[in-house]
Design a protein around this ligand. Structure first.
Ligand SMILES: Nc1ncnc2c1ncn2[C@@H]1O[C@H](COP(=O)(O)OP(=O)(O)O)[C@@H](O)[C@H]1O
Ligand SMILES: [Mg+2]
Length: 287
């Protein structure tokens, strides 16, 4: 059962010269899965993410195709049909997103509690103040931040903590899809790992599907169910993570894999948690 279908989507930037940033991309996101989107800088990943969340701005223009959301309640929505309040509600409620610099978009003069509560005040006005407070505290704990941090101002939190707050906000209304565009790229490796573990756990708990975008292929191999490899606006390969890693088909995928020493080094430093034994990875990696 898919929750999102991208059908032949094409997006151009109409500047002095036209850039075909996304070219007839077709993808489905299954309910509850983590779909990784890999590819070098400039290949069109963010453009695709912005299209899915209807955040594209001129000079970007969708020149063909469509994105359809299939709600768990059983109805389909062509995203291009949404506008105004419907679009805003849809964006928090059904599809939420976390971007790389998200943690810097917290308002510096408001406490974390106020910023989290705002989401509920806007989108769940029927909640009582007490219920709202309780939900905010629960949300924070869900993403691994102590509830007394509710009283903190953003500058009192580390970058990792602030990014967790952003993830909490994205999850506030229990969306069915979470789009994450380089959400941990600015963070150090240990914090990055912790947050990723949190996301995979939350996905099991809450059942949302994730499109996880990064140029960091080793990281994607670790957390994704399936991976799409994008190059120059095209999806050149799409497969489950293990197959993509052990039996890449497209020359570009092979090249991308071999560009990460941790994946190809003699000791096969990378292990997809619990699924590939070290010995196996050593043998299957192409030289
Ligand atoms: N505002 C813009 N105007 C013109 N071209 C753009 C604009 N934003 C992005 N592009 C171009 O679109 C392509 C895809 O960019 P982007 O989606 O940001 O790639 P990625 O996220 O994979 O790094 C690139 O060639 C980039 O130069
Ligand atoms: Mg990008």
């Amino acid at each position: 059962m898919s929750v999102l279908s991208i059908e032949n989507l094409s997006i151009d930037y109409r500047a002095e010269t036209t850039v075909h940033a996304v070219r007839e991309v077709s993808l489905t996101l299954e309910r509850g899965e983590i779909l990784g989107l890999a590819g070098e800088s400039g290949c069109g990943k963010s453009t695709l993410a912005y299209a899915i969340t209807r955040l594209l701005k001129p000079p970007a223009a969708i020149t063909g195709g469509r994105v359809v959301f299939s709600s768990r309640e059983g109805y389909d929505i062509d995203l291009s049909s949404l506008a105004g309040d419907d679009l805003r509600a849809f964006r928090w409620d059904k599809i939420a997103m976390v971007f790389q610099g998200a943690m810097n978009s917290l308002n510096p003069v408001l406490r974390i509690s106020e910023q989290l509560e705002d989401v509920f005040i806007t989108h769940r006005p029927e909640l009582s103040k007490a219920d709202r407070r309780a939900r905010c505290a629960d949300l924070l704990e869900r993403v691994g931040v102590d509830r007394d941090r509710l009283r903190a101002y953003p500058h009192e939190l580390s970058g990792g903590m602030r990014q967790r707050v952003m993830i909490a906000m994205a999850l506030a209304l229990e969306p069915q899809v979470l789009i994450m565009d380089e959400p941990t790229t600015a963070l150090d490796v240990v914090v990055q790992r912790e947050i990723l573990r949190e996301i995979t756990r939350l996905r099991s708990e809450l059942g949302f599907a994730v499109v996880f975008i990064t140029h960091d292929l080793p990281l994607l191999l670790e957390i994704s169910d399936r991976i799409a490899v994008m190059r120059a606006g095209l999806i050149v390969e799409l497969d489950d993570a293990l197959t993509l890693y052990t039996k890449p088909k497209h020359p570009y995928t092979k090249r991308l894999l071999s560009s990460f020493p941790s994946l190809t080094g003699e000791r096969g430093g990378f292990v997809r948690t619990g699924e590939i034994a070290l010995e196996e990875t050593d043998q299957t990696v192409e030289a």
